[in-house]
Design a protein around this ligand. Structure first.
Ligand SMILES: O=C(O)C1=C[C@@H](OP(=O)(O)O)[C@@H](O)[C@H](O)C1
Ligand SMILES: C=C(OP(=O)(O)O)C(=O)O
Length: 438
């Protein structure tokens, strides 16, 4: 797919449902007693893999159409043994959270994924889940394909996260639903709390306390979950792409409606505000326990900033597109605390640095940091004119297509198909705003 520089972007759009919440809605639906109705589910490949896995584990999962789904659950600790390997495709969240689900009962399952997911570390969840009582066999380094046998009698554990990861936290809380006693996860830095919020909505007792050594999340087990309706807002991690496009394509003015703005997800908005972006949140409201707003974006000059490492968990998937915004800003932007980017769908730190350099932007890359020397203010813009390898990484593909919309010359992405994992309809939506993407 190629993005060509062109005229201003204008219009009102809505982006697909939040991926994190969509995975969790299907999983909690599968564990709950009764029928869960979901509205606004992301129908991207990652989430469809989770829907398939929940059906293979014995839940009744039905698509009613247009983001509306129903799930009839089996109850905590009552999932069925799947007859075939569970294929999670490109989805780290799906695979890791599902290991927590399977750990609840003594069933056997094999997890497989695509080439990207098969490179990603699973030891971060299998190691604590083994303490809960599950057993694992995997490729070297804890990689997929991986076999799990769930626990005979899950044990409650207290676990301090060695890396800031909502996926690890969530896998442990899900496993802990079937344990007798309190499962505790201590996070040195708060990560997205959709699992905690949704577990409460399904009737579990989850408490959170900020203590000197971090955020303690405690779940009372064993828990029974009762089906509850879920309304999924638009995904801020998807909205990030048309948002930055609107800020960097001169003359643009775009509204993105109904975006989830949970404060543990909005680090990108803080950065863009500090850069001086023409960005406003309007029509703020609460929807099923999660804050939602419309984002109003207008193109204008941006300036370089220093992004502190403690902001990373609240914008972990947004660094590639923030780095693109930084390329159009005046002066240097320093991004710190990026170690986790190396173990995403691709090594996003290396891919971002390589792609920006190929597009004529000066960058410096360290083990866990990146400095982008922006071209704004000099009357220049990134040259573009490059072909970017997506390496099965949707966010790298989308970030460089956005760069191409405002560069001096077109940017081509070798394989745009991974975009369907999180943002089906990305190109059509941007074309609707006037972007030249083909
Ligand atoms: O819990 C989640 O839904 C997610 C957590 C993050 O991963 P980590 O937990 O590995 O940081 C994020 O990168 C991913 O896209 C979704
Ligand atoms: C890292 C991501 O997802 P996952 O870990 O679920 O593959 C992402 O969507 O950017």
């Amino acid at each position: 797919m190629t993005a060509r520089p062109g005229g201003p972007l204008a219009g009102r759009i809505a982006v697909p449902g939040d991926k994190s919440m969509s995975h969790r809605a299907l999983m909690l639906g599968a564990l709950a007693e009764g029928e869960t109705r979901i509205e606004g589910l992301l129908e991207g490949e990652d989430v469809l893999s989770t829907a398939g896995a929940m059906a293979a584990l014995g839940a009744e999962v039905e698509r009613l159409g247009d983001g509306r789904w129903r799930v009839v659950g089996r109850g905590v600790g009552r999932l069925a043994e799947p007859a075939q390997p569970l294929d999670f495709g490109n989805a780290g969240t799906g695979a890791r959270l599902c290991l927590g689900l399977i750990a609840q009962q003594p069933i056997f399952a094999v997890l497989v994924g695509d080439a990207s997911l098969s490179r990603r570390p699973m030891g971060r969840v299998t190691e604590p889940l083994a303490r809960i009582g599950a057993h694992f066999l995997s490729r070297a380094g804890g990689r997929l394909p991986l076999a799990i046998r769930g626990a005979e009698q899950p044990q409650p554990i207290s676990y301090r996260l060695p890396v800031a990861s909502a996926q690890v936290k969530s896998a442990l809380l899900l496993a802990g639903l079937a344990a007798e006693g309190t499962t505790e996860v201590i996070e040195p830095e708060a990560t997205r709390d959709h699992t905690e919020n949704m577990l409460r909505a399904f009737g579990a007792t989850v408490t959170v306390s900020d203590e000197a050594d971090g955020r303690h999340v405690r779940l009372a087990g064993p828990a029974r979950l009762t089906a509850a309706p879920v309304t999924v807002p638009g995904d801020i991690s998807s909205a990030a792409f048309p948002l930055v496009a609107a800020l960097v394509v001169p003359g643009s003015s775009v509204v993105i409606e109904n975006v989830g703005v949970n404060p543990l997800r909005t680090g990108l908005l803080d950065c863009l505000a500090e850069m001086g972006a023409g960005l406003r949140l309007v029509n703020r409201r609460d929807q099923a326990g999660e804050p939602v707003a419309d984002l109003v974006a207008e193109a204008g000059p941006l300036k370089g900033i220093v992004v502190p490492p403690e902001r990373a968990p609240s914008m972990i998937d947004e660094y590639p597109i923030l780095a693109v915004a930084a390329a159009f800003a005046e002066g240097r932007t320093e991004l710190r605390g990026l170690g986790e980017l190396r173990v995403k769908e691709s090594d996003r730190l290396a891919a971002t640095a390589r792609g920006l350099a190929a597009c004529g932007v000066a960058v410096e890359e360290g083990e866990d940091w990146l400095v982008v020397h922006g071209l704004g203010g000099s009357g220049r813009r990134p040259a573009g004119g490059a072909r970017i390898e997506a390496n099965l990484d949707h966010r790298i593909a989308m970030a460089f297509l956005v760069l191409g919309l405002a560069a001096a010359a077109p940017v081509e992405v070798d394989d745009a198909s991974p975009i369907d994992t999180s943002f089906p309809g990305f190109a059509a939506l941007l074309r609707g705003l006037g972007a030249d993407l083909a």
